[in-house]
Design a protein around this ligand. Structure first.
Ligand code: UDP
Ligand code: MG
Length: 319
């Protein structure tokens, strides 16, 4: 299935110390996309080697180079590239040739067909060490369990997006690992396609084992966002209310003990629990209210709507 489109494509690639990969990568992109209308956007994430000199040295009119002011990390480098991208379709990939540009045409064809907003790769025969593969298997499993969305490979950087979905991803921190999930939260229709995977061409990986902890924290945040982003009071309010109720019940019991039975309650641990539950409950409740206000500010300050429309028709004619 090969559908050549005349629409502009933006290939967005973050580069951090990839001086020995940039030229080969550019050649491979050109080979794979012959006949397409495309721009390549490299984001130099404040490399300490000669990455940007190498990119400029190509003197290639299709290559755009964004130089960041400091090392912001892969997510924000991607975000900078996506913001700048002018294409109708936006394609992201890694700069170390672990992804293979020759997979792009097939993925793109699904996007051009119009049914899907995000086509993401499933890396076949992944060429990474076990230290990487095992945590990523666990993360994939957890995401599958909690989202009921069957994402096979969250970590594959090779993706094709429609412009609308890519530009609304809101990438912060190190959320590039969960882009598929973020897109799903934005209502994207997702197609997964098997893609090739290679060992890093040159240079070294930018991540070590510490990423496991970041992934866990990011995942918890995402789980919260997925369920409660638009209604935090349902989490914090209900929890807070239950705690206040428990605290009040405990204290009422103590009141009966004190007034009814005339026993001393000042030294009873239960008194502390009762007070703590009430205080913590009030705190949770107010956090819920503050978050409700924040979420309104979030949407209204950007004139964003909390819903996304697929299509509108009048009679049976699409508008
Ligand atoms: N990268 C980046 N900024 C960073 C770290 C990485 O732009 O601070 C880029 C890097 O140049 C590469 C991509 O992100 O193009 C993926 O990085 P890497 O290959 O090191 O990750 P791994 O494949 O080991 O998960
Ligand atoms: Mg890599």
């Amino acid at each position: 299935m090969d559908i050549i489109t005349s629409s502009l494509l933006s290939i967005v690639v973050p580069l951090y110390n990839e001086q020995d990969n940039a030229i080969l990568l550019t050649q491979k992109i050109h080979e794979s996309l012959a006949g397409y209308n495309y721009q390549i956007i490299y984001i130099d994430d404040f490399s300490t080697d000669n990455t940007k000199q190498v990119v400029k040295g190509m003197k290639d009119v299709k290559v755009h180079l964004i130089e960041l002011k400091k090392n912001y990390g892969q997510s924000l480098a991607l975000a900078a590239g996506i913001d700048y991208a002018e294409g109708e379709y936006i394609i992201t990939m890694d700069g170390d040739l672990q992804n293979d540009p020759s997979d792009i045409p097939e993925m793109l064809a699904y996007a051009v067909e119009g049914e899907y907003d995000l086509i993401t790769g499933i890396r076949q025969k992944r060429k990474d060490s076990l230290v990487k593969k095992i945590p990523s298997k666990i993360a994939n499993f957890l995401v599958r369990r909690v989202t009921k969305l069957d994402i096979k490979d969250n970590g594959c950087a090779l993706k094709v997006f429609t412009k609308d979905i890519a530009k609304d991803l809101n990438l912060y921190g190190e959320m590039h690992r969960f882009i598929t999930l973020l897109a799903h939260l934005e209502g994207a229709q997702i197609k997964q396609v098997p893609v090739k995977h290679h060992a890093r061409n040159a240079g070294v990986s930018k991540y070590g084992l510490e990423r496991v902890f970041k992934v866990v924290a990011d995942m918890m945040l995402l789980l919260f966002i997925r369920k409660y982003f638009q209604r935090p009071i349902h989490l914090f309010g209900i929890l807070g209310f239950l705690m206040i109720l428990l605290g009040v019940l405990i204290n009422m019991y103590l009141l009966v003990v004190k007034l009814g039975l005339g026993e001393d309650i000042g030294t009873r641990p239960l008194l502390m629990f009762g007070m703590m539950f009430i205080l913590a409950g009030i705190q949770l409740f107010t956090i819920g209210i503050v978050m409700e206000l924040l979420i309104r500010t979030y949407y209204e300050s950007q004139k964003k709507r909390p819903y996304r429309i697929k299509k509108i028709s009048v009679g049976d004619t699409p508008q």
